[in-house]
Design a protein around this ligand. Structure first.
Ligand code: AMP
Length: 225
């Protein structure tokens, strides 16, 4: 069978990032009858097959998932709220919170730094973060003047070497902060991952996508009834 004889609307591409989002999405896919037959941790392949010849999974950086879906290179994907807020959500339909990869976005400082006083006195805070939009909105809402320093990783290092007074980062157990003598001084928002769907694909491939969205929705609800 050729992909050129009207089959293309039944082909689906799902964008996922390696690690926690991939692992936590597998049971949701299983609930939709889809089994990923290759492991991204042991394979270098970026396009993974599933038991359904019409469904393939692409493995991309977490921050790139919304971009692939927005442009229709993937029909749907799973992305953290942290990533979606930075992306802006343009061209994306966000039908469900999957309640996976949960953590929180927080402000942290070096142990001993008097954050409350610095904020109260209106000092200009230097804040290092990968989450520039979220940080900007958070401090603007509080009326705190900040100089934002964009980093791409290892934010925890910034206050330790004097690059910044504070960081805005995602925190799960808090172990990374503790290991680096940092303290969480403010929780900004809870974070979890959402299903995102390309808006055009939702219309053109509704028949294929809708049952998967519904299976994800059922499987991601808290199991108390
Ligand atoms: P933890 O030491 O458990 O607080 O984890 C902190 C680090 O793990 C953070 O700096 C993040 O890079 C990463 N992390 C933990 N949970 C998540 C998540 N749900 N989404 C993205 N990154 C996470």
């Amino acid at each position: 069978m050729s992909a050129f004889n009207g089959q293309s609307n039944s082909q689906l591409i799902l964008a996922l990032s390696k690690g926690r989002i991939f692992e936590d999405t597998l049971p949701l896919l299983e609930a939709a009858g889809i089994t990923v037959t290759e492991n991204p941790e042991t394979s270098r392949k970026l396009i993974l097959n599933t038991n359904d010849p019409n469904v393939r999974v692409i493995i991309v950086r977490a921050t790139d998932v919304p971009t692939y879906v927005q442009h229709g290179a993937a029909d749907f994907g799973v992305a953290g709220k942290d990533v979606l807020l930075e992306h802006g959500g343009e061209g994306l339909y966000q039908p469900i919170d999957l309640n996976i990869a949960t953590c929180r976005m927080s402000v942290a400082v070096k142990n001993g730094f008097d954050y409350e006083t610095a904020v109260r006195q209106g000092a200009r805070l230097r804040v290092a973060t990968k989450f520039v939009q979220t940080a900007r909105e958070h401090f603007a809402a509080k009326g705190v003047h900040v100089d934002l320093i964009k980093l791409y990783g290892s934010m925890e290092l910034a206050p330790l070497v004097g690059l910044s007074d504070a960081i805005v980062d995602v925190v799960s157990t808090g172990n990374t902060l503790r290991a680096n003598d940092l303290v969480e001084v403010e929780a900004i928002m809870p974070i979890s991952s959402r299903l995102i769907v390309n808006q055009a694909a939702l219309k053109l491939k509704r028949e294929r996508l809708q049952p998967i969205i519904e299976a994800f929705e059922r499987a991601s609800q808290p199991k108390s009834q």
